[in-house]
Design a protein around this ligand. Structure first.
Ligand SMILES: Cc1ncc(C[n+]2csc(CCOP(=O)(O)OP(=O)(O)O)c2C)c(N)n1
Ligand SMILES: CC(=O)[C@@H](O)[C@H](O)COP(=O)(O)O
Ligand SMILES: [Mg+2]
Length: 624
């Protein structure tokens, strides 16, 4: 096997030319086989096999720096830098990350996971190289989807004046996770069409030129006409006019053409964009046919492409999807916004039925939030469906554009809490903290599937900014009988006891119930509260409970700093309530990839660890 010859970076350069084609095929076979077992980002990776090989042939790693945008497409890069064995444990706890990680390899120049950062980071490397008197190459690889993100333009604007080499590879497969959107996507379409036109034209001219007598005259006319058409299709004018050299389009599956383009690009003393056309899912028919489905996939059957894990009960996303769809029927002013995550957030059914009220703004979370503020200011009821970690991008927009004006925007925050295999960059564990600090913001978290539906309906009617946060995965169906109407700022008491109060936030109710059962087995009947609101905290209830309890235990899947527990503690201290507060949440560190249950144990947010710690604190307190 040719792939066996690749043990470390630059080994690819030792291969014979005829081995390279074999290598590309072996890489594809390897990725399909491994990802069919572990799951992962298949389609994007299949599309960049030749592109990655070409970069590894032309550039020297780790001296030269390749920065992958989002980083979900760096699997071939991992293979070519000696990490083949890591694919058995891809995205598992303690195993290889699905994204570039500097701590994993010196060939990973920059950690990524969130979109549209690669040009900024690359430019940082370029300027540092000049200041430090180094002479390596810097290559940022950005997808057409990632090119919808504002940061990419801020960086291009900045890179335009460069007087030294900086290579930006635009990997254009005409797809984001779902279909790409917007003006840049259309513009890139134009560039592709222009090149098709040029190719076609050459063929026609050659054929006409061979005609006896009239051939030369006809081709002359066509050439004149072409100059008119050229006004419409001058390749790369957007970039060229900015001062960034445009090279392309290049066939991203033609290794020789790619190598030629990179050799040209590295000669220039300015920023140069190499426009590479690839096919998402290349070489695996199901992925080519359904690139969105195979963008991020679970284990699947290679023969059929069918998922191995059967669709089970409703996820929280499914619940959101159904509620928003139904509410839109009743409320004509309801509009929905996604930042390139229609599938992941459950907005596809809405988008099909309520086309005029659906907006996919591209990977542009900052814009999505201010756009929603504008819609709300004009009298509509916007619902922004967004992943917790991606909302981090739009913090000033939340404060300055939504909350300062107290505008009625609903934030449906999906993937809140630990998300699992995507790891550090995607864990949604900051939202409770960053949202709770903003005046006018209301923050809710449902304990189960029915409460999510009730909270969403409550939020849609609410006249100010409101966030409902819920996790990835199957919605909890326990505690169906606890369905008292949502009252603003009021928590819900699930069971009463004395001594200890368990104050649970949202989906941590399942864990809190297990803790409560374990305490009961040890003779302690605790009170169990579903917080429902993280902002405002139910202060009245906290006061009341202090009469019969001495220990408040808060449980949340959010960082401890600034979260629900911190707010409960602040109130207890402010009012000098005679209770001790023990808070359970994510410690002050980044949580890596892996199975969610395993991760909970690692961060000591599992029922056993919580119970043991409560018992030790409580017994100590009783002895005092
Ligand atoms: C800030 C942010 N928002 C959303 C995402 C989710 N996301 C990951 S990849 C992707 C599409 C990227 O498309 P493109 O850059 O064209 O890469 P391709 O998968 O097509 O190769 C999206 C929306 C993200 N990673 N970061
Ligand atoms: C790379 C990226 O950001 C997305 O593809 C993300 O992995 C999607 O996560 P979900 O699988 O939770 O939708
Ligand atoms: Mg793309």
């Amino acid at each position: 096997m040719v792939l066996e010859k690749i043990q470390k970076a630059n080994d690819i350069k030792k291969l014979k030319p005829e081995e390279l084609e074999v290598l590309a095929q072996e890489i594809r076979d390897f990725l399909i086989e491994k990802i069919s077992v572990t799951g992962g980002h298949l389609a994007s990776n299949l599309g960049v096999v030749e592109l990655t090989m070409a970069m590894h042939l032309i550039f020297d790693l780790p001296e030269d720096k390749i920065i992958w945008d989002v980083g979900h497409q760096a699997y071939t890069h991992k293979l070519l830098t000696g990490r083949k064995a890591g694919f058995d444990d891809l995205r598992k706890y303690g195993g290889m990350s699905g994204f570039p990680k500097r701590k994993e390899s010196d060939c990973d120049a920059f950690d990524t996971g969130h979109s549209s950062t690669s040009i900024s980071a690359g430019l940082g490397y370029v300027e540092a190289r000049e200041i430090l008197g180094q002479d390596h190459k810097v290559i940022s690889v950005i997808g057409d989807g990632a090119m919808t993100g504002g940061m990419a333009y801020e960086a291009l604007n900045n890179a335009a004046g460069l007087k030294s080499n900086f290579i930006i590879v635009l990997n254009d497969n005409n797809m984001s996770i779902s279909e790409n959107v917007g003006g840049m996507s259309k513009y890139l379409d134009g560039l592709r069409t222009a090149s098709a036109y040029t190719g076609l034209k050459k063929g026609v001219e050659a054929a006409l030129g061979k005609l006896p007598y009239i051939g030369a005259r006809v081709t002359g006319h066509i050439r004149k006409a072409k100059s008119g058409i050229k006004q419409l299709f001058v390749p790369g004018m957007f970039f060229e006019d900015m001062g960034i050299t445009y090279l392309g389009p290049v066939d991203g599956h033609d290794l020789k053409a790619l190598c030629r383009a990179f050799r040209e690009a590295e000669k220039l003393q300015n920023a140069v964009l190499v426009h590479v056309i690839t096919t998402k899912g290349k070489g695996y028919l199901p992925a080519e046919k359904y690139p969105s489905q195979f963008h991020g996939t679970g284990p699947f059957d290679i023969e059929t492409g069918q998922a191995k894990e059967k669709a089970g009960e409703d996820s929280y996303t499914d619940v959101f999807s159904k509620v928003i769809y139904r509410e839109a029927k009743k409320e004509p002013k309801l509009v929905a916004i996604t930042a390139a995550m229609a599938g992941g957030t459950g907005l596809v059914p809405f988008s099909k039925t309520y086309r005029d009220r659906f907006f996919d703004v591209g990977i542009a979370e900052e814009h999505a939030v201010t756009f929603a503020a504008g819609l709300a200011a004009a009298g509509l009821k916007p619902v922004v469906a967004i992943y917790s970690s991606f909302l981090q991008r739009a913090y000033d927009q939340l404060i300055h554009d939504v909350c300062l004006q107290n505008l009625p925007v609903v934030f449906a925050i999906d993937r809140a809490g630990l998300v699992g295999s995507d790891g550090e960059t995607h864990q949604g564990v900051f939202d409770l903290s960053f949202l709770s600090t903003i005046p006018n913001m209301t923050v809710m978290a449902p304990k189960n599937k029915w409460e999510l539906a009730d909270m969403l309906r409550f939020a849609i009617q609410y006249p100010g900014p409101v966030a409902v946060r819920y996790p990835r995965g199957t919605a909890y169906t326990g505690l169906e009988e606890f369905r008292a109407p949502i009252e603003y700022g009021k928590s819900e008491v699930i069971q009463t006891g004395e001594g200890i109060v368990l104050l649970s936030v949202g989906h941590m109710m399942e864990t809190a119930l297990q803790v409560s059962d374990s305490l009961r087995e040890r003779g302690i009947q605790s009170t169990l509260v579903n917080s429902r609101f993280v902002k405002p905290v139910d202060e009245k209830l906290l006061e009341e409970l202090s009469k019969l309890h001495t220990l408040y235990v808060t449980i949340e899947e959010n960082v401890l700093a600034g979260g629900y527990g911190a707010q409960v503690l602040a109130y207890v201290e402010k009012k000098r309530l005679p209770v001790q507060v023990e808070s359970f949440g994510i410690p002050d560190e980044y949580v890596e990839h892996g199975n969610i249950e395993v991760l909970r144990k690692e961060v000591m947010l599992d029922a056993d660890t919580i119970t043991e710690r409560i018992l030790s604190v409580y017994q100590k307190r009783q002895q005092e």
